[in-house]
Write a protein that binds this ligand. Sequence first.
Ligand SMILES: [Zn+2]
Length: 485
Amino acid sequence: MVPVMHKITSMSLGFSMFSFINASTSHDQATKADSRSKKAQKTNESTAAAESSQSVRNRRLLNAKSHTLKNGLQVIVVEDRAIPRVSVGVLYKVGSCDDPENLFGLSHMTEHMFFHGSVKYPQIDATIGKLGGTLNACTSSDCTAYITDVPATALEVIFRIEANRMGNFNLRKTKIFGSEKKAVHEERLMVIENQPDGVALEYIRMAISPQHPYGREVIGFPHNIMNYSADAVMEHYRKWYAPNNAVLIVVGDVNAADVFKKAEAHFGNIKSRDVPKRVRVANASSDIHQKLTFYSSNVASNKVDLVYNAPHHSTHSMKEIRAMKILLEVLFGGVVYEFCHRFLQKNELVADFCVCHYTTLDPAPFYVCVSLRDGVTCEKFLKEYFKRIKELAKRGVSEEDFRRAKQSYLTSATYQARDGHSRIRMRIVECLGAGGTLDQIENAIVDIESVTIEDVNNMLRQFINKKPFAIIKTVVKPSEAPNET
Ligand SMILES: [Zn+2]
């Protein structure tokens, strides 16, 4: 992106110099000069128009180019020639929320098997490793993505591999289904059962979203994993892995027109298919206020999780969502803010805290997770916390905190988000995988800059100065407490 911007700036400067020379023409050539001057004025106007349209383009975060093939595959390209590499993502719009009953986690198992089901490239990792590249994949509640970072010269090899597994995935010759199933089971032990709070967190998620599939872990339950079969994975693939349900993302040292041509050549003959409508049940009512208490011998000090409803792109504007992000920065962003500094960190109540706020396809709450200082009770913290929130809602966020938080969020959400091929690719995967649009990413700078302090205070009053959707207390289990409590 930087060299492209630089080229256009130089060109504009050249036109300006040309106009200046014409304006200095001697007196006896006045008429000619006048006509030239008019031409120069026109040139200046068109230069100004070009600069203005360039400035609009520069206000767009990525200047991505998008093209959809006839089979429905959307191809997104971001040209960034900083280094001679390319980052490729293939996003499928299917995630753990779309898993069939009794086979929860099947999207994740399919992701594992997708590395072994290409007849032409049975060892994808070795092929990409030899090219000097890396590959990975991830499954979320809403999407599954396959990602590769390779030298730019290897782009077509990646297209061959991705097109081959998108169009010809087949598990018939694969003998490793059993061992992958075992690997997934071990992964579950590692991320849930063997974590100090793993099982408790799984229960909490279920309690928070009892009806919606966001209440389940992406990886599924042990009895689900035992039931996976190669046929079920193939069925899942046939149902969801269609080109018209996928997005191909290419970021790096490439030319967009050339990428579109290559994408057509490799993916263009994969037939589109009917993809099921994604049916989701409504989330639990936001009027319910839950209070849950867990007793755990695995935690060193008491903890409080506050679960709040959040603005969502289906019900709120991006400006409101950006305002909420700025508010969270003020409340929980770091030591310089009044709320964090004076209350959360500089007093004797709080040891540590974090906010988990993800972009999701369906509306979902966000979590504020607070670890209390040794001996501080959850009740003492909550009393003080709500008092401070009420005070802040009454007087509003200070101008100084607002300005600082807005700048900090602008930096992390825009400039840092486009710093490096894989970050850009990740940003697109996250947004589109959660039902967002390319325009939402492109307009980030403009949206964030348009947020006012009133917008932020509205979010504070609308969402935070309300009873949380749920309060979860995790209390250190006293040694003398009976086990059955
Ligand atoms: Zn896994």
